[in-house]
Design a protein around this ligand. Structure first.
Ligand code: FAD
Length: 406
């Protein structure tokens, strides 16, 4: 009977285990937590955005790093195959805004329960509360845990990345991979808030912006996202910020600014201001701007444009008006880095894809050693893509284990 060891019972490890089981193998799934899927539980704010229903090309566009590496495993087990799998196992799904797929119940725990049931049904030897502390290979893989020692014919490393370490992903997989001489791409935060240096923006704390565009110019090109974002005390977050963080996390940022009125070009704003000034010549400029901007921004923008906030509309010069519009279209924030990896949604970096067979997830350096999930250097945008990557890779690995076992 072939013995398979899988380290880590997150999305990728569990999915590998339940799909790799045959009558001729014995699968041991080792997890240091007291339950499976601790990170899975908090995904999608507890609702678990399990995948995304976009078609092939559009789906792949959302993979930021090592898209090509995913072609094979995604083709063999894509988002529609995952949805089929879930529904066949009685988990009803719903497709929501942006083609995001959730369990209909909107409870991540229902996904976890499905997996627990499969683990029991398939007779997988689940070892909870066991931390793998060391491993090596001679004729077989020798794995030492906090409780016990094991020997395996095949070993799968599914230990996750570095983000949200309280869920168990503390980067152990990188240490294990290094022991087998695998190259690790330096890890940086992905999908995380962006810190700014500006000290005088306290009034913006808690303000959320809708339909703005955030622009970041870097040494590797300029990036722009349109949508919603949120100000905190010294950082910005929200959908467009998270996306941009993943696009710029290996670049040197030159300039960052918000276009507060992306739907209106310079001339349109100018005409609009002129109309308002004509209608209300004796009104304070700060009052007039209430029609165009959120209150919290008005004094900051006037100060940045060097315009007194008590000045009347009919006193504003053309130069002042143009300075004002410039501040609205280019609301500058001094970039001060990304939040640390602990608070990132995903780890960018990890085991170098060049040393892994993309069809099987087997190491190209060590036969019978496999890697799946976030531990590998693949990362995607938000929308269910990261979990799909974990499931597609897990399936590819399981397929290879099953095929070689038949
Ligand atoms: C807050 C948050 C929300 C997210 N929401 C979504 C979402 O809605 N949709 C989406 O697609 N993606 C989401 N993601 C990303 C997604 O959760 C991860 O990409 C995915 O869970 C990675 O799965 P994994 O199996 O590779 O790693 P993990 O889920 O991190 O699992 C790794 C497991 O290995 C165990 N382990 C580690 N080291 C050892 C050891 N030495 N011994 C024993 N066990 C060990 C850990 O305890 C852990 O259980 C979210 C991430 C976060 C942080």
């Amino acid at each position: 009977m072939e013995k398979i060891g899988i380290i880590g019972a997150g999305a990728s490890g569990v999915f590998t285990a339940i799909n790799a089981k045959t009558e001729n193998n014995e699968i041991t799934l080792i997890e240091k937590n007291d339950k499976i899927g601790k990170k899975l539980f908090i995904t999608g704010k507890g609702r678990c955005n399990i995948t995304n229903a976009k078609f092939f090309d559009e789906f792949l566009e959302n993979i930021v790093v090592n898209k090509k590496f995913m072609y094979s495993s995604f083709t063999n087990f894509d988002n529609y195959a995952l949805m089929d799998y879930m529904e066949k196992n009685n988990l009803k799904l719903s497709i929501q805004r942006g083609d995001r797929v959730f369990p209909k119940s909107e409870k991540s725990n229902d996904v976890i329960k499905l997996f627990e049931k499969q683990i029991r049904k398939k007779n997988i030897n689940l070892r909870l509360n066991e931390n793998v502390i060391d491993l090596y290979k001679d004729d077989k893989f020798k794995v030492k845990t906090s409780q016990s020692a094991y020997e395996f014919d095949k070993l799968v490393i599914a230990t996750g990345g570095l983000s949200y370490p309280l869920t168990g992903s503390t980067g152990d997989g990188y240490k294990f991979a290094k022991k087998f001489s695998h190259k690790i791409i330096h890890q940086v935060p992905g999908l995380c808030p962006i810190i700014f240096k500006d000290k005088n923006l306290n009034v913006l704390n808690g303000i959320s912006l809708k339909n703005v565009s955030l622009n970041i110019e870097t040494n590797r090109g300029d990036f722009k996202e349109f949508g919603d974002m949120l100000f905190a005390k010294d950082f910005i977050t929200g959908p467009i910020v998270l996306t941009l963080s993943s696009l710029i996390n290996r670049s040197r940022v030159i300039r960052m600014y918000i276009d507060l009125k992306p739907a209106l070009d310079f001339e349109k704003i100018d005409n609009r201001l002129l109309r308002e000034f004509d209608k209300n010549p004796n009104k304070d400029i700060s009052n007039i701007l209430k029609k165009l901007l959120l209150n919290a921004f008005i004094d900051i923008i006037l100060e940045r444009s060097e315009i007194n906030n008590r000045i009347k509309a009919n006193q504003i010069t053309k130069e002042e008006r143009h300075r004002l519009i410039k501040e609205i279209k280019f609301f500058h924030l001094s970039f001060d880095g990304l939040k640390d990896i602990n608070s990132a949604i995903i780890t960018s970096g990890g085991i170098d894809c060049n040393e892994i067979n993309p069809k099987t997830m087997e190491s190209k350096l060590v036969p019978n050693l496999y890697f799946v999930g976030e531990v590998i250097d693949v990362d995607c945008l938000t929308g269910g893509y990261n979990l799909q990557v974990a499931f597609s890779q897990g399936y590819a690995c399981a397929n290879d284990i099953r095929r070689k076992n038949e």
